[in-house]
Design a protein around this ligand. Structure first.
Ligand code: FEO
Length: 390
């Protein structure tokens, strides 16, 4: 574990997980991750903000080896990668007061088995004193669970944000010094975890404008000693219109759909529309998600399997709908052997998306001159609509 000082008496206890390659059995982690706890020593009380994933419990307990007292354990978020060592902390420090939001309390009991009578709830904007230091709690529901809160260390102007502004990035850097790398990791994290809650995050960002913040300290990845770097990035992701970008998640079994995708990629490029195909049988879904954060249009491209879309494209459609990106337009293209309902199934899978569906292009067997003409017409439609993006 790396113990790094942010201010005298304010330490980050980071359990770097360099080798982890999958989170939630779903999210690829090309750069590993870290679980950051924070130890704050006041003149009368010592607080620990968040813990670490249970797989790294021994690392945190070892880092706390010389720390005789922890008076307050702040659980900002109950997901186990941050709270999963809470029980061990409660055992190590029998007098510790566990602090959480009101919504988190029953979840801590259910998920972690911490007895309810050990947990004290705090309200939104409530403060506690550590003596010469003050912690203020700021409810931030749905970033990305309903119980989440942030913690503001007033005297030092440090905002602890748990998952918000985090990145799955194992690094020896305390702060985001390699900005290009951190931006990409933070954007990927936003797309995979936070994007479904963009509307609520917009409101949270407005509330954070009321605070003077010198450091943002998330519970994954490096901290930010220039908070505007990550706050401005989030403002862009949640507020600005999507880009002139088309994504084409696709699969092809015998080449017909792949030829259609190739044709559409060229047609869109010729019209000045950026386009990126993703072969869903090999793609890293995180790369697809991060581009979804920018795209204005998605075109699902699929052969027909048992009258519906190929399962890998079903996964793409399901993820697209679940992540609720800023998409404005959608379409389906592909092929079938004798009959099929792939376009209808894809529309149904994406029924929660607020998009305009453009004309589908499906061919029986191999694509023909007529198929390519229809794809050119689809490219024309997308070009015209993207000129009106604002
Ligand atoms: Fe990093 Fe929602 O846990």
């Amino acid at each position: 574990m790396s113990v790094r000082s942010i201010r005298p008496g304010v330490d980050r206890l980071a359990a770097e997980d360099w080798d982890r390659r999958l989170f939630d059995e779903l999210i690829p982690l090309p750069d590993g991750t870290s679980y950051n706890a924070y130890l704050i020593r006041g003149s009368t009380r010592t607080a620990l903000i968040d813990t670490v994933d249970p797989a790294k419990a021994d690392v945190l307990l070892s880092a706390l080896g010389a720390v005789e007292r922890v008076d307050d354990l702040v659980i900002q978020h109950v997901e186990q990668d941050h709270s999963g060592t809470a029980t061990a902390i409660v055992e190590r420090y029998p007098n510790v007061r566990v602090l959480s939001s009101s919504k988190a309390k029953p979840m801590i009991v259910d998920h972690l088995g911490v007895p309810a009578d050990r947990i004290t709830t705090v309200e939104d904007r409530e403060t506690i004193s550590l003596g010469d230091r003050t912690l203020e709690f700021i409810y931030a529901p749905w970033v990305h669970w309903p119980e989440t809160m942030l913690t503001y260390l007033r005297e030092e102007r440090i905002l602890f944000t748990c998952d918000l502004f985090g990145s799955h990035l194992a690094t020896s850097d305390l702060y985001a010094t390699d900005r290009a790398r951190v931006y990409e990791a933070a954007k990927r994290y936003y797309a995979e975890i936070m994007m479904p809650f963009a509307g609520l995050i917009r409101k949270h960002l407005e509330r954070l404008d009321e605070l003077k913040i010198d450091v943002i300290a998330p519970s994954h990845g490096p901290a930010y000693d220039d908070p505007s770097f990550i706050v401005d990035a989030y403002r862009h992701w949640v507020n600005d219109p999507p880009s002139n970008l088309v994504l084409i998640p696709y699969t092809s079994m015998h080449g017909s759909t792949a030829r259609m995708v190739d044709h559409l990629v060229t047609a869109l490029g010729d019209r000045g529309v950026s386009v990126q195909p993703f072969n869903m049988t090999v793609t890293d879904v995180g790369q697809y998600a991060v581009r979804l954060a920018d795209a204005a249009t998605v075109v699902f491209a699929t052969p027909t399997v048992l009258v519906g879309p190929h399962p890998s494209v079903v996964v793409a459609a399901y993820l697209t709908a679940a992540l609720r990106p800023r998409l404005r337009y959608a379409a389906a293209i592909g092929s079938f052997g004798w009959a099929g309902k792939a376009p209808e199934t894809l529309r149904s899978l994406c029924s929660t998306l607020q998009v305009e569906w453009l004309e589908s292009v499906f061919t029986k067997g191999a694509p023909t001159t007529e198929t390519y003409r229809a794809l050119d017409a689809l490219a024309d439609e997308i070009e015209q609509r993207h000129k009106r993006l604002s």
